[in-house]
Design a protein around this ligand. Sequence first.
Ligand SMILES: C[S@@+](CC[C@H](N)C(=O)[O-])C[C@H]1O[C@@H](n2cnc3c(N)ncnc32)[C@H](O)[C@@H]1O
Length: 297
Amino acid sequence: MINQLTSGIELWKWRNSAITTALGKGISPREVDWLLQEIARVDKLTLRLESFKDYQEITMVLSLTELDSLWQKRLQQRVPIQYLAGRTPWRKFTLAVSDAVLIPRPETEILIDLVMEAANQDLQSGIWVDLGTGSGAIALGLAEVLTNAKIYAIDISEQALAVARTNARNLGFTQRVEFHQGCWWEPLNHLQGKISGMVSNPPYIPSDMIGTLEPEVVEHEPHLALDGGVDGLEAIRYLVEVSPHYLLPGGVWLIEMMAGQDEAVREMLINNGNYSHISIHTDLAGIKRFALAHLSR
Ligand SMILES: C[S@@+](CC[C@H](N)C(=O)[O-])C[C@H]1O[C@@H](n2cnc3c(N)ncnc32)[C@H](O)[C@@H]1O
């Protein structure tokens, strides 16, 4: 990485002008500081105190011109800031991301806490599965909290798996997390009846709704990660139907879903007849976003 020098006053001027343009485009001005921290490696305190304004020289990993051209991409092409930085914070991790993967969202972190509440000691040390792993966030989150578990992470996208494998390597989880390319449960045919828990954040947005999402999502995030078919429930329906073949009796079935899907998902789980202890959980905003069940014993 080549260090670039800029003067404090130049950077201060750039930051002020970037904040003004952000506000004009309805983008949070906090993104400017995030970019400066993540890409230009200017530390938080220096930014907060604006003390950098008086510095003769500031060392950055990018020149001011390069920084500005990234910012223009954010403004003009609405590229999400996490793709520009090539990484995002998620739980305790910094995860690499590219436009081959969905940017892992803060609410998805709740899945890991729900696993810890739902799984007893025996289940916690068994085999766990993250179906539709994307960046690997859930699989790596599981590996972090389930210290004796073996984790299988599946995605249909080979490009997404390349990002997930990089994250597993960077975080030191390659021994316990195995990645496989394929359609949902398919690569795990040999593990039928042996799985302690399945966690998934599947695509759940109805196809018709995708065009209405903000440009950052619709123009930059992979549609494979978003499109849940006509009613948004295609993948979830499959996961309800097929998972009983794979889970151990008492095994955990846990998914993230879209606001408003909770009743349909609860009904699917009840009608299937193989699940018990069905519960719906909310995100930090109080919206019903997670469905949890156990395979009946
Ligand atoms: C909503 S994203 C979730 C990514 C990641 N788990 C997260 O929470 O940030 C859904 C993921 O499912 C994957 N996917 C879509 N269809 C699939 C299929 N038939 N089999 C396996 N994975 C699939 C997509 O490639 C995408 O990575």
